[in-house]
Design a protein around this ligand. Structure first.
Ligand code: 13P
Length: 253
């Protein structure tokens, strides 16, 4: 059975002190997770070591970087490599978030390179895809997302994709309070899975966790996560509030 994941993406928010208090509080909500369920904290780079230490002994909670560079090492001042992240025992790396694509010009090709380097160093990518409002309004979201997936992931082997994590995040729903309906989420998640199945077969496609992101909150998580092809969420704003994110964790299937 594929993993069900509640992932918190703090983005560029919270001080270290605020973040540690939040994790401490939320760890109380992770005691009754079953072996199929995970919580992931995608925190700013400088907090990774501290947060990782706080998770010691907890088999269901993991730490994620929010990005890494597409080169192995070298003279790239200010960048962070997969090797550096591995050396501090980071588990996951969020790649291709729409904010990275928009503000830092990350292309599907560059993301393919980042994915390769993460896999090489034993880090698990959380690959983000999703369309802008104009694309949704034109009704071409399926082919747009399919192209993102093909250009960044389809060079991987079935073995490399087995158990992979993808986050579908429609840009028009991020930070807007406007959530995709559970039907819209299910429809495109099922489409993503069918695209994966057409190349890799059902066994691989069924092993991939597809998270929904975009204004997930306590009030809507249960319904969205309840869809057959939605395997949890990648949560921004609501992950910064202990009670909200605790309820989201409880909404995992
Ligand atoms: P919000 O939950 O704030 O809409 O952000 C979603 C997101 O971008 C998570 O990566």
């Amino acid at each position: 059975m594929r993993k069900q994941i509640a992932a918190a993406n703090w983005k560029m928010n919270l001080t270290l002190q605020q973040g540690e208090l939040l994790v401490e509080e939320l760890l109380k909500s992770t005691h009754d997770l079953n072996e199929n369920q995970q919580v992931v904290f995608a925190v700013p780079f400088p907090y990774l070591v501290n947060v990782k230490k706080m998770l010691a002994g907890n088999n269901h909670v993991f730490v994620a970087a929010q990005n890494c560079y597409n080169k192995v090492s070298g003279a790239y001042t200010g960048e962070v490599s997969a090797e550096i992240l591995k050396s501090i025992a980071v588990d996951y790396v969020v790649l291709g978030h729409s904010e990275r694509r928009e503000y830092f010009n990350e292309s599907n090709e560059m993301l393919a390179e980042k994915i390769n380097i993460c896999i090489e160093y034993g880090l698990k990518p959380i690959f983000c895809c999703g369309e802008a409002l104009e694309i949704r309004e034109a009704g071409t979201q399926n082919s747009f997302v399919e192209n993102q997936i093909k250009e960044s992931l389809f060079h991987l082997s079935a073995e490399q994709l087995f158990g992979f994590v993808i986050a579908y995040e429609p840009i028009w729903a991020i930070g807007t309070g406007k959530t995709a309906s559970s039907e819209q989420a299910q429809e495109i998640h099922a489409y993503i899975r069918s695209v994966l199945a057409s190349k890799y077969g059902n066994e691989v496609a069924d092993s991939i966790s597809i998270l929904y992101g975009g204004s997930v909150k306590a009030a809507n998580a249960k319904e969205i996560f309840g869809q057959p092809d939605v395997d949890g969420g990648l949560v921004g704003g609501a992950s910064l509030m202990a009670a909200e994110f605790a309820a989201i964790i409880k909404s995992l299937k």
